[in-house]
Design a protein around this ligand. Structure first.
Ligand SMILES: CC(=O)CC(=O)O
Length: 719
């Protein structure tokens, strides 16, 4: 597809459709809406259109279907007259608690005043699998917790937090694994009305502090060790450095070391640190505290944008927004429920951590995996999915790519008969991986859901739905209740945007408010810190507005470049908007180039990075493509020329990069997303300060020489 030209309207290959759509929660929800509102909606698209034109009715229906444990009476669902940049409040008058909703269900008939009953005590809620604990390798571990155990443990930690003075609005941070202990801490933090924030143990100290200092936490919890890629890492030195960095935080009271193995490590040499056991012992006899139910729009979770060039944004999400949106996505779009067994591969430092534990909210069983997805071998997650009867696997295109290159066919590795859904996010899912998934990878009955959204909305703009088929390429379509549109990228910043026709690429925007917009950025709205009990929550400030509303007035610009398919209505992501390539005025996404390299050269090229170069002296933008070779394969002029020819043939001559070079390393975030923006800035002549979010900041040094690319170009275009 070329730049701003319109795509030919041919329907891509159909890969999957639901054998019995009427059995799905999405269909049942549609019928409920029809009954209640005397409507005759038939299709997902009709339901989606209604969800936009009747926002109050739609979100009320989601609220009712979710059976949220709450108190208070909703005085207004939302002021529909407010534009999205007013960041309207939702469900005013409703108070609720995140942990309570994960551990209990609403039951007005239950005895007692709270109108709730336990989620079944004996049912397994979570299974933690540490790398190596998959039945095939030594040294690993598995643990499970039932709903009863989770409730007891979270209650005990909540009591300890209360005793230490942690309450509504205080921040508690963890640097920990995707483990039961981390989940227990999250539940306990939410239990007392405090705000939770997590980072992964593989982040560098600078990255952890760039995130954590911003939110001025009362306590840091940190694992005392980690396992990754077959290695055990002692984290006590890192803990000491993080504690030292947190001393500048006025609220900070100390660190608690969580034992990652049976035997806790001695942390007596870490200043201001105590063990998990000593932290808990102080509150041993305390009664489990009452849940602190907070207003719907009050903060529950802080996550961070990757901030590949500057400080990460500390994005604050509300308790109500998270719960309601997760019900909409998990239950309606993905069909999850009490019978579900989910495995979302993620660290605690990525927004997918929320999805990783989401099954607990819906009464299901969440598998928490900690470690490399390729240890002891690349089929490990497939075997685990078969063995534990996983019904939904959440994974990334990178994982599928590696399996496809290694010739691993998941359907031949394990019994995947119980698997219903595989979701993929983190990067653009190429067309060839869609085809691989059904032709070679997974059983035909599995629903492949390409999803896209992100940390900013703790959810998705483009998502799967069971009422429409899956075709090659893109997400199936928009998420209910979110008015997604594609705007003309040629409109200058700050000027009113205009929608482009389906088939024409542009910037992904949302035009109407939705409940899972962030409440504010920490430190942006209210530098003094937390909301105080009884005081209204802070409102978004200038950084928030600059992040989303500066591009087009009164419209949320998400920073993604995408195209809506004219025939299927699917939404295909083409890359980040700030990475859009624009040589000679032709705009296209880097994902289009990656698709060709992946499709045609994956046997030799492991990965690639494509950026635009525009220095002050340049009249036009040049496109630079960097390729990372697979071990044992050499880069040469012939390969560069073959890649150029393939891009010309598959896309157009105007897509062909001006230069192709070999690179020794591609910069990525700790969540393994490759990052283009710092490289784009570097090759355009800027000196940048790498953010602590990068997994390999040193890799950026290589790219500075390309600011003077003309001096480097030899006959082979190779360094
Ligand atoms: C849902 C997502 O979009 C997750 C991410 O890649 O940030």
């Amino acid at each position: 597809m070329a730049g701003q030209e319109t795509q030919a309207v041919s329907t891509p290959r159909k890969l999957w459709e639901h054998p019995n759509p009427e059995s799905t929660p999405m269909y049942q929800f549609l019928q409920d809406v029809n009954r209640k509102h005397n409507l005759k909606l038939k299709t997902f698209r009709e339901l989606h259109a209604w969800s936009l034109s009747h926002r109050t009715a739609f979100w009320s229906a989601v609220f009712e279907a979710a059976h949220l444990v709450h108190e208070g009476t909703c005085t207004r669902v939302v002021d529909e007259s407010l534009p999205i940049d007013a960041v309207p409040r939702w469900f005013e008058g409703v108070r609720l608690n995140y942990a309570e909703n994960l551990l209990y269900v609403r039951d007005p008939a239950a005895p007692g005043a709270r109108g709730v009953r336990n989620k079944e005590d004996g049912r397994v809620a979570v299974t933690e699998v540490r790398e190596g604990g998959t039945g095939s390798g030594p040294g690993g571990a598995r643990r499970t917790a039932t709903y009863g155990e989770l409730r007891a443990r979270a209650g005990e930690v909540a009591a300890a937090l209360r005793r230490k003075g942690v309450g509504r609005g205080d921040r508690v941070v963890i640097v920990g694994a995707n483990s039961i202990d981390s989940l227990v801490l999250w539940l306990a933090t939410a239990w007392v009305g405090a705000v939770f924030s997590s980072s992964s143990t593989d982040m560098g100290v600078k990255g952890i502090l760039q995130r954590t200092v911003q939110v001025n936490p009362k306590f840091l919890f940190m694992d005392d060790a980690a396992v990754y890629n077959g290695k055990t890492v002692d984290l006590r030195d890192k803990m000491a450095e993080v504690v030292a960095g947190l001393r500048e935080c006025s609220n900070f009271q100390g660190a608690i070391a969580i034992p990652r193995f049976e035997e806790p490590r001695d942390v007596s040499a870490v200043p201001q640190a105590e063990t998990w056991a000593s932290f808990l012992s102080a509150a041993e006899k305390d009664a489990r505290p009452e849940f602190v139910r907070v207003p719907f729009h009050e903060p529950m979770l802080i996550c961070y944008s990757s901030g590949t060039t500057g400080m990460p944004k500390a994005i604050v999400h509300s308790v109500g927004g998270i719960l309601l949106n997760y019900f909409k996505e998990g239950r309606l779009h993905e069909g999850l429920g009490p019978d579900s067994v989910t495995l979302q591969y993620t660290t605690t430092g990525w927004i997918m951590y929320l999805a990783s534990i989401g099954a607990v909210f819906l009464g299901g069983h969440a598998i928490l995996y900690d470690g490399s997805p390729f240890q002891p071998d690349p089929a490990v997650l497939v075997r685990l999915a078969g063995e534990l009867g996983v019904t939904k696997l959440g994974i990334s295109p990178r994982w599928m790519f590696e399996l496809s290159k290694l010739g691993i066919r998941p359907r031949e590795v394990a019994d995947l008969s119980r698997l219903r859904t595989v979701t993929s996010t983190g990067m653009v899912l190429s067309d060839q991986l869609f085809e691989w998934f059904y032709d070679e990878g997974f059983p035909a009955h599995v629903h492949l859901g390409n999803i896209s959204g992100g940390t900013d909305i703790a959810g998705c703009f483009g998502i799967l739905n069971p009422l429409e088929p899956v075709h090659v390429g893109g997400t199936q379509g928009p998420s209910l209740g979110i008015h997604v549109a594609v705007y003309d990228p040629a409109v200058p910043d700050g000027e009113p945007g205009r929608e482009v026709e389906p088939g024409t690429p542009g910037e992904l925007v949302a035009t109407q408010a939705f409940p899972n917009m962030p409440c504010f950025f920490w430190g942006d709205a209210d530098p003094s810190g937390a909301p105080r009990p009884g005081v209204a929550v802070a409102r978004p400030g200038t950084k928030y507005h600059a992040a989303y509303f500066a591009r087009f007035p009164r419209v949320w610009a998400h920073g993604d470049f995408c195209v809506a398919h004219p025939a299927t209505g699917g939404l295909t992501l083409l890359g980040r908007a700030d990475g859009v390539l624009n040589p000679s005025g032709v705009r296209f996404g880097s994902a289009e180039i990656y698709g060709v390299v992946e499709r045609r050269f994956a046997d030799r090229v492991q990965d690639s990075l494509c950026v635009g170069q525009r220095r002050p002296r340049d009249a036009d933008e040049s496109v630079l493509l960097f390729v990372l070779m697979r071990p044992g394969h050499a880069f040469d002029a012939k390969l560069a020329s073959d890649i150029k020819q393939a891009i010309a043939a598959d896309l157009s001559k105007r897509h062909v990069p001006k230069y192709i070079f070999e690179t020794p390393e591609i910069p990525t975030t700790v969540n393994l997303k490759k990052v283009e923006l710092p490289v784009k800035q570097i090759v355009s002549g800027h000196i940048i300060k790498p953010s602590g979010t990068l997994a390999n900041p040193e890799s950026l040094k290589f790219y500075y020489q390309f600011a003077e690319v003309e001096k480097l170009v030899g006959p082979k275009e190779k360094l």
